[in-house]
Ligand binder design. Structure first.
Ligand SMILES: [Zn+2]
Length: 83
């Protein structure tokens, strides 16, 4: 799939080409951060939100608990601070 734009500064989540958009976001290895090549992962942060985090550079992108797939993440970020 194409990279997912994470914020308005244009940082991206890079995933392997063969991973479909409908794949679930898993706790480990969601993809790599375009800036530092860190392996981004998903953590729970509250009852309402999860976060995509980069352990290399400490980027942290919050999103709602009901966002479950890469496609839903892309859509959510497009309608929020990535645009
Ligand atoms: Zn990073």
């Amino acid at each position: 799939m194409n990279p997912i734009i994470l914020n308005k500064e244009g940082e991206e989540l890079m995933t392997q080409d063969e991973i479909p958009e409908e794949s679930k976001l898993t706790a480990f290895s969601a993809g790599r951060h375009s800036v530092c090549n860190g392996t981004m992962r998903v953590i729970g942060v509250s009852r309402t939100h999860k976060a995509l985090v980069c352990p290399e550079c400490c980027l942290r992108i919050l999103f709602p608990q009901d966002v479950g797939t890469f496609r839903e993440l892309r859509a959510y970020l497009l309608e929020t601070d990535a645009s």
